[in-house]
Ligand binder design. Sequence first.
Ligand code: ATP
Length: 480
Amino acid sequence: MQKQTENIIELRHITKTYEDGFTAVSDFNLEVKKGEFVTFLGPSGCGKTTTLRMIAGFDLPTEGEILLNGKDITSLPPYERPINTVFQRYALFPHMNIYDNIAFGLRQKKMKEEEIARKVKKVLDLVDLEGFENRSVATLSGGQQQRIAIARALVNEPQILLLDEPLGALDLKMRKEMQLELKQMHDDLGITFIYVTHDQEEALTMSDRIVVMSEGKMQQLGTPEDIYNEPKNAFVADFIGESNIFNGIMTGHLRARFCGGEFTCVDDVEEGTHITAVVRPEDVELTAPEKGIIRGTVTAVIFKGMHYEITIESGRNEMVARSVHAARPGDQVGICLEPDSIHIMIAEDHTNYFTADINEKHRLEFNGHELDTSVTKIIKGSKRQDDGTIIDTNGEVIDPRRTRIVISIQPQDITMTDHVEEGLVEGYISNLIYKGDHYSYVIHTDLEQDFIVDDEYLWNMDDHVGLIMPIDKMSFALKK
Ligand code: ATP
């Protein structure tokens, strides 16, 4: 028997760019061990299916390689890979009975009928549908049809089973049941499962390891516990479970300031560092107002069956708490946080950078717009000479054809408008994260880069917006 620690599949620097130029997966690296249950988790369009299709061989990567048991299979056709896929749509043949549906692939391979019968029986037992051989597809429930689809994949005895949102079409109760059954099947079979879902609870329940993806990139790889308790960035914290996310700063040794209060934490981050603090609602402790580190007013209470979800407004910030005790809107409360319930991440630098050209009038140009400033205004000490050329402080001529200007602007200095034409840049909102007193948005543009914008107002995903960037909020640097 091969060791559990061996990699069955390795993805090395995989990139997939479609013919229209869109990059769905970018520099993706992953090693999956034999017998593991690995889940790709992320919002719609993040590249999960594309990655799975490359493993199956339905799509070829534009860059990188895929190894199976150490051998390069990057361009091996799907039918030569010991890999089978179960899709969300069951894709059963409606005119065939269950037996024939499962036997189909084996008959194509010209296997003897007795052997086929033995294998069909074995997989039907495995998916808990013994005796269903002669039933027609139409008489099965959604859950049973999906089990047949799984049986049909398993009958080929693959080394790896790929599952692309296999429970997506089932109702909640059936989905929960099937999650446990799939997990049991995985444990019994001992083969490798690679699973795709956008449902974080499903991923946390079933997986040995989870790959969190966003916009074609891996955001974090880890066990369900790692991902839930130690999210690597604000995207992961926001996507996995409910989170309160705040910008803040370290004010001393194990002391952090955020959400209008100063809290003791367990992460040793240098004083003065800008941070993102994550607090799960179940870790927010509500107290009498005078006992809290911060105080606030209850603005909403929702009963959730096992607990209440309570929203508290504190100054400009909002915090969500989960409590078994009810509260009423308008109640004054205190908020305490245990040090180990605060997860501190060093803040990512969200400065937006973009590069402008210098036109023949020595003015800056970006994205077809002339900016209301010129080279002499932004580069200290530069002067226009009598012959019209511009020199820098060293007396060197700034050649507009060879010089570009890198502009930087902070997320909070950009304003979004739905009068798209008024913006210097336009794009669509592709991600948003609530940060307690504002939202942080990613604006996906047709240019080389996306922009990050902070705004206190709630916009919707996919809103088409223009970005207004005031000249006096921009910083400039010369790039020769
Ligand atoms: P979902 O959960 O919605 O299936 P996903 O994470 O599986 O999402 P993919 O299906 O991998 O996402 O798609 C990733 C991105 O690639 C999407 O923006 C999609 O529109 C794009 N895409 C997929 N196939 C093609 C194609 N043939 N040509 C161009 N773009 C494509």
